[in-house]
Write a new protein. Sequence first.
Length: 173
Amino acid sequence: MAGYNDGVELFAAQGSQVVGGAFYVFYPHFWVIQKYIFGTAINISAVDGINAADVPFIIIQGKNDDMIPYDSTSIYAHRNWITNSKVQYILTDYGHEYPYSSEAAAEYRGQMKKSYDEYRERPEIKAAFENDEQNIIKLKKEWAESVNFDKILYNEVDESIFNDIYKMFDGAK
């Protein structure tokens, strides 16, 4: 789920995002360090592993993933190089977390995030979070109780995605 294809490619993409084009001035030095740390594993990609394995895969990727963008560094972005015929692709409208989410859960998470952010901005709460680490869990629990937080709805999955996953595992017997 929301996986990257190649560690070096991801490192370069994220490095250039942080410092811009200047990243490539230092890239050869970073590459040597990465090569030293990871050895020959630096040359391995997810696509290589998927193509070498004779097993089914489901690639689940969110269109709004800002950590592993679906159209650049993700496995999904490299799908044209995947030759394993047992691969299925699911592209959702979500981000890096919860790409398998139901629409109701995504909407609810958005509402809860807004509510929690508003709660955190209240002066007395903000001060408590900054000055009293012991009470953070208590404060979060108080917020959750005040909004009648629904863990089940927050984590609800898209049943069609999980049916596809079930079918993949069931067919792999």
